[in-house]
Design a binder for this molecule. Structure first.
Ligand code: NAP
Length: 325
């Protein structure tokens, strides 16, 4: 029987470890604070943000959601970020993607203070990851690393294949695995013989965005298969095809009108992998746990930095925070 890598269990363990750190800061009057900028109307983003706010509440982290309208401009977003950068009660800032199409997301991301970059996506922090320097890491790949480590899955010396090269998942995932001494191959839509390359993997990470694309012919028997994908099936025929008439999934579809599936074929993973993440309940919960972990660490760092700054001089000028990139 393959091992099911339970993201909910690992998430709960991570949150339980964070709680005393949050309580300790709160007791000293420095409650960690996370600001989420949710621009425009996007139902999926609204659900993600609601879950992030709930996680903050359960831990005692202060959270604030800013909701500029669909028509927000890049300059208005830059003003929002500048105000959040300057606030002492906000230690982490997250810009929920995607932003409305007229907004230049790269400029907005660059405007974030790297010291408040809760998602770990600012180029400064991407560079720190590349250089193996400490800094906030992209939440989803960081969550995958926690999962692998806490389940005792060997990484050093193993062949890892990451399918997907996004800035949010694929690239940082590959870098984190390489830093743990895996031999890493990154694949994408132009990779020839993708199934053949994937079959070389002891650790296969699928971050593609294509429902159940990774089938048995991609999986080396006994491999660890990490499914980052989250795809909503809203056609009954797709549920029948992918879940092979599973009465349980069809009942779920008939009740809700859709069913979630990852990028890996769930029945093939269960048959051929040595260990795998389910969808839902695998990687998803870890993304939020790592967002909380980043926020707490950023808060601890910012508070420590503020306390070590010189006091205002005789003219009453506020101390200047050193650049942190
Ligand atoms: P993305 O930016 O769209 O990147 C997808 C990557 O997959 C690209 O590099 C693309 O290659 C590659 N790809 C697409 N079709 C392919 C094919 N037929 N063969 C090989 N490679 C292919 O997506 P993302 O943001 O990384 O997200 C990937 C998936 O993870 C999505 O399902 C998303 O919903 C999910 N996700 C989940 C979480 C979570 O918390 N669980 C977090 C983030 C994302 P090219 O570069 O060549 O186009």
């Amino acid at each position: 029987m393959p091992q099911i890598l339970d993201g909910i269990r690992v998430r709960d363990a991570i949150l339980a470890e964070l709680k005393p750190r949050v309580d300790d800061m709160a007791a000293r009057g420095r409650r960690p604070g996370l600001a989420v900028v949710l621009a425009g109307h996007n139902p999926a983003s609204e659900i993600y943000v609601r879950n992030k706010v709930k996680a903050c509440e359960s831990l005692g982290i202060y959270s604030e959601t800013l909701t500029p309208p669909d028509a927000v401009t890049t300059d208005e977003m830059l003003e929002i970020i500048a105000r959040l950068n300057a606030r002492d009660d906000i230690h982490g800032i997250l810009v929920q993607l995607p932003v409305p199409k007229q907004v230049d997301s790269k400029r907005v991301l660059l405007a974030l203070s790297p010291a408040k970059d809760a998602d770990g996506l600012h180029p400064c922090n991407a560079g720190r990851l590349m250089a193996a320097l400490p800094g906030p890491r992209a939440c989803t790949p960081a969550g995958v690393m926690e999962l692998l480590k806490r389940y005792g899955i060997a990484i050093a010396g193993k062949r890892a294949v990451v399918v997907g090269r996004s800035d949010i998942v694929g690239k940082p995932m590959a870098m984190l695995l390489m830093h743990e001494n895996a031999t890493v191959t990154i694949c994408h839509s132009k990779t020839p013989d993708l199934p053949g390359v994937c079959r070389e993997a002891d650790i296969l990470v699928a971050a593609i965005g294509r429902a159940a694309m990774v089938t048995a012919d991609y999986i080396k028997p006994g491999a660890t298969v990490i499914d980052v994908g989250m795809n909503r099936l809203d056609m009954r025929a797709d549920v029948v095809r992918i879940f092979r008439d599973s009465p349980e999934k069809l009942a779920a579809f008939d009740k809700r009108g859709s069913v979630l599936v990852g990028d890996v074929h769930p029945l093939d993973a269960a048959e051929f992998a040595g260990a795998y993440t389910p969808v839902p309940g695998g990687v998803g919960p870890l993304t939020i746990a790592m967002l909380m972990a980043n926020t707490v660490t950023l808060a601890e760092n910012l508070v420590a930095q503020t306390l070590s700054l010189p006091r205002p001089d005789s003219s009453g000028r506020a101390p200047v925070r050193p650049a942190t990139c």
